[in-house]
Design a protein around this ligand. Structure first.
Ligand SMILES: Nc1ncnc2c1ncn2[C@@H]1O[C@H](COP(=O)(O)OP(=O)(O)OP(=O)(O)O)[C@@H](O)[C@H]1O
Ligand SMILES: [Mg+2]
Length: 240
């Protein structure tokens, strides 16, 4: 069973711009790991590169099964999904003119087993009852919180072991953000490894097992969520 994703000395460039400079970190199954950082720190670039949507300039992304290491740095995004690594992207990326159901189906595009797909859809409706009630509604007419739930559910349709989420709380009311983070805790208890990118650090750190701070492309701090919540540098920059 895969137990962690290791990112080693990962660098990402846009032309001559060094967006991410040799960062190393890891996230484990059964844990919530948070990556916090200001606008432009390189959070989205890091997640996209791990998902295979951006090339790495140098460095590696590895699935570490304990006794087996799979280097996925050069794999296509589809192969990374098959390797059980999924991304819930920044801005949610739901297709507004498709129904909730059709958006979910897109998340299972690699799966050819119709019965299994139907069961996975039902599983999402159970996990997010609002989506079940609105299964035939066009996604563009869902509330922001419902769209975020749909984006998460669509990522879950690929049955990931590792799930990366890019700013899932953006633009949502605090009560909705709490509901979504409660789901993350349930997913973690089911054995998923979550990597959550957040600018809104306090709630993310509260539920995090481990966290990293990214500043202008470099990891400047790391520790348990609890220890970073108490860190004066984190408090000044991200919790005020
Ligand atoms: N396609 C691109 N071309 C050139 N530069 C880019 C591109 N995408 C991102 N960058 C630059 O890379 C840096 C990191 O951007 P990135 O989107 O990864 O940051 P972020 O931490 O996710 O920021 P935010 O919190 O605003 O989402 C920024 O300086 C940004 O301008
Ligand atoms: Mg971003």
């Amino acid at each position: 069973m895969a137990n962690k994703i290791k990112v080693e000395h990962l660098a990402i460039n846009y032309g001559n711009i060094k967006a991410v400079k040799e960062v190393s970190f890891e996230f484990k199954r059964g844990e919530i790991t948070t990556l916090i950082g200001a606008n432009g720190a390189g959070k989205t670039s890091t997640l996209k590169c791990i998902a295979g949507l951006l090339p790495a300039k140098s460095g590696k992304v590895i699935i570490d099964n304990g006794n087996m290491h799979i280097d996925i740095t050069k794999m296509t995004p589809a192969d990374r999904l098959r390797a059980k690594l999924a991304l819930c992207p920044e801005g949610r990326g739901v297709f507004p003119n498709l129904s909730v159901f059709d958006n979910l189906m897109l998340g299972a595009y690699l799966n050819k087993d119709k019965k299994k797909i139907a069961a996975l859809v039902e599983q999402q409706y159970e996990f997010f009852p609002k989506l079940g009630e609105r299964r035939n509604q066009l996604s563009g007419t869902l509330s922001g919180g419902e769209q975020q739930m749909l984006a998460i559910a669509r990522a879950l349709m690929s049955e990931p072991e590792f799930l990366m989420l890019d700013e899932p709380s953006l633009g949502l009311a605090p009560v909705i953000v709490e509901q979504i983070f409660d789901k993350f805790v349930l997913l973690k208890k089911n054995g998923l490894g979550l990597l959550v990118v957040e600018q809104n650090a306090s709630l993310a750190l509260e539920v995090s097992d481990y966290a990293y701070v990214l500043e202008t492309g470099e990891m400047t701090l790391n520790g348990t969520g609890e220890s970073l919540l108490k860190d004066s540098r984190v408090q000044e920059a991200y919790l005020s």
